[in-house]
Design a protein around this ligand. Structure first.
Ligand code: ZN
Length: 133
């Protein structure tokens, strides 16, 4: 594992939260992106080398909508670099891998998730940059 890539926070209202985090970091989100296939809209903030991803639901069936219903707003996942070198190792270590085939996520990343059941209740996102052709 190279580093924590970002921390994902589930929010109810992305506009409100963007304003809030803008105040917190003293600068605007550097990226806003919808991942329609996941029913989610995201924004990304940078503070030094660290990134925060805000996630809001765009449909009632969205995993984010379900998360908010169950747990309310708060930390949704911790994302770590990267997939290729880690997915096999973590499986061997007994973590439950939810996506054997990484899928396309926000911020030009391939993503795969570990079930929170196997990691102290925290959803872990493995991610890695999609190489530009
Ligand atoms: Zn993420």
């Amino acid at each position: 594992m190279k580093k924590i890539e970002h921390i994902g926070i589930a929010v109810k209202d992305l506009d409100n939260s963007n304003t809030l985090f803008e105040k917190l970091f003293g600068k605007a989100a550097y990226k806003l992106e919808e991942v329609a296939s996941e029913g989610v809209i995201t924004s990304f903030f940078k503070s030094g080398p660290n990134k925060i991803e805000l996630l809001a639901a765009t449909t009632p069936e969205s995993p984010i909508a379900k998360f908010l219903e169950k747990k309310g707003e708060g930390i949704h996942h911790i994302a770590v670099d990267d997939i290729k070198s880690e997915i096999k190792r973590l499986k061997k270590e007994g973590f439950i891998v939810l996506n054997d085939k990484p899928k396309k996520g926000a911020d030009n990343k391939l993503v795969a998730f570990l079930h929170p059941k196997s990691s102290n209740g925290v959803l872990i996102e493995l991610c890695q940059e999609i190489k530009q052709k």
